[in-house]
Design a protein around this ligand. Structure first.
Ligand code: AMP
Length: 151
């Protein structure tokens, strides 16, 4: 099987099929204080989660490291800041996105630099996330069932 044919198969698998749908994704709201975001992150065990606005449009991503950096003082963690600073003030807005119609290869490209990428519709409403785990699981399946591997 030629490499081109292999590539075509990978482009046949849609992001919609691989993504975690929005209702199963932990998220925070732009106006939440950092305290709430840190609680969600620690309780869920995730390093970062999506940030949504009040209409469920994607606004950014927030992670534990950014929060801890914000409250890191000269001598101690200034935990009182957790209730003063809002998620929208420190979230990362410079993030890639995918759409449900994109395919596995598009997802793979984004996954090189990001543990997960948010999936949005054309109006920026949040549809879910594509994770490295989902991509790796699918690639493993493809490799094990490919003729190249079974030769
Ligand atoms: P994984 O590839 O499963 O390790 O996931 C990569 C990253 O995606 C995690 O570290 C989280 O930041 C994010 N993530 C995975 N699953 C969820 C979820 N259900 N809700 C929110 N974020 C998630």
């Amino acid at each position: 099987m030629s490499m081109l044919q292999e590539d075509r198969q990978l482009t046949d698998i849609s992001v919609a099929k691989l993504m975690i749908p929005s209702e199963k994704v932990a998220h925070v709201q732009m106006n939440n204080p950092l305290e709430h975001a840190l609680l969600v992150l620690v309780k869920s065990g995730y390093a970062a989660v999506p940030v949504l606005d009040s209409t469920y449009k994607l606004a950014g991503v927030i992670g534990k490291t950014v929060i801890l950096n914000q409250i890191l003082g000269m001598e101690r963690f200034e935990t009182e800041k957790l209730s003063e600073i809002r998620v929208k003030d420190v979230m990362n807005q410079d993030i890639p996105t995918l759409s449900k119609d994109d395919n596995l290869l598009d997802g793979l490209n984004s996954m090189i630099d990001h543990a997960f990428v948010c999936v949005v519709d054309k109006h920026n409403y949040f549809d879910g996330i594509l994770t490295r785990r989902a991509i790796l699981k699918e690639l493993k399946k493809e490799i094990y069932t490919s003729k190249l591997f079974n030769k």
